[in-house]
Design a protein around this ligand. Structure first.
Ligand SMILES: [Zn+2]
Length: 376
């Protein structure tokens, strides 16, 4: 079964028609407020649609355009990764292209994807405000992506998130660019594909930047696989003209926050919350907000400016662990508290939460929680 990727330059956007077996989809990327240059290569569109093709009963994917030779080699390796991690979901496909391009970098400096969260802010901080040692890169630009955690129909929310982020990026002397895309509409499983989405958005800037940075999540101390983004495989989205790097994996979330606490712009403007309609501010009560408030406490900040409230212990009791990476983050809080000799009510509360969630993960725990659900 042969699948097809038809790239086109549609007005100011790069678009692609995807066809596989009985399925088809349309994908677009645009730079908000700035037209994209004529598309030399379909690199970004191929990265963004790879998972869709790997799940759609395709043996061969014909790309009706040009692709970087380096990217083709890297995507071959990346397909090994996903077909080994989730063999029932992802199958390898043969990629055929109309033209192979032996390209090299033409841009200057680095561009980093920017959500406004702790990881992305840390990446900005250590390459601009507080450069140190050999890891420092000439970071020139950040890109915020509309269509990932903020829906395409929520333009005012996205613009408020941009305004909040600008407080940080302007101070760091960085250009802030914006991308809009509907990749979530064609991604079979977003938790697997978000890293490819970020890499594709970064590759839109290969005309002026030579390196694209993806901020790490849990880092080397808490590697969990499969994972949509990791130091193991993010580089496999590199093309000849743009190297993609996974940045900051040597630091835990608490260590990142400890460094960031010296930068008031970050303490006042970090955005971690995805809850409700107001994605541009932190609700202060959801799992992510509570965990961030606790991380701030660990580094000695009880009342960070990016929250309207202080920690409410009752919010810890409402938390449940939705996945393994999240459980690891809560475990890390306790380890870090003990390492720093910090004790108190909130540490006991987090320990209780971990015990409760561990019990729920056992066979007996599953029976008990099912019985509790039925009783309600
Ligand atoms: Zn929240």
């Amino acid at each position: 079964m042969k699948a097809h990727l038809w790239p086109s330059h549609d007005g100011d956007a790069w678009a692609a028609r995807l066809e596989a077996d009985s399925w088809s989809g349309d994908l677009f990327f645009e730079r908000i407020g700035e037209p994209l240059p004529a598309m030399g290569r379909a690199d970004a569109l191929l990265i963004a649609s790879l998972h869709a093709f790997m799940t759609r009963n395709a043996e061969v994917v014909q790309v009706h355009g040009a692709v970087s030779r380096t990217l083709l080699r890297n995507l071959d390796e990346l397909q090994h990764v996903w077909s080994k991690w989730l063999p029932r979901v992802y199958r390898r496909v043969t990629i055929e292209v109309e033209e192979v391009v032996d390209d090299g970098p033409t841009g200057e400096g680095a561009v980093s994807a920017f959500s406004g969260g702790i990881d992305a802010s840390f990446t900005v901080y250590r390459h601009t405000v507080a450069p140190a040692a050999w890891h420092t890169l000439p970071l020139r630009e950040v890109v915020m992506i509309h269509g990932y955690d903020i829906g395409l129909d929520e333009t005012p929310v996205f613009e408020r998130a941009v305004a909040r982020a600008e407080k940080m990026t302007a101070e760091a002397g960085l250009q802030l660019s914006k991308v809009r895309t509907n990749i979530r509409g064609i991604a079979p499983r977003w938790n697997d594909t978000f890293g490819l989405g970020v890499a594709a958005a970064l590759q839109l800037f290969a005309d002026r930047r030579s390196t694209g940075l993806i901020a790490s999540g849990g880092g080397y101390a808490a590697l969990v696989f499969p994972n949509g983004s990791s130091p193991l495989h993010d580089w496999m989205t590199s093309s000849g003209s743009m190297a993609i790097r996974h940045d900051g994996a040597g630091y835990t979330r608490t260590q990142k926050l400890a460094e960031l606490s010296a930068w008031p712009a970050a303490v006042n403007a970090v955005r971690v919350c995805y809850r409700g309609a107001e994605h541009d501010r932190n609700c202060g009560h959801c799992e992510k907000c509570v965990r961030t408030l606790l991380n701030f406490k660990l580094v000695g900040i009880d009342n960070p400016g990016c929250f309207d409230n202080t920690l409410d212990l009752a919010d810890i009791r409402k938390v449940y662990f939705a996945n393994a990476p999240m459980a690891g983050e809560w475990q890390a809080l306790v380890i870090e508290a003990e390492r720093r000799g910090i004790a108190g009510e909130w540490v006991d509360e987090v320990k209780r939460l971990i015990r409760k969630e561990k019990f729920k993960a056992t066979a007996l725990g599953r029976v008990v929680s099912r019985a509790n659900r039925l009783r309600r």
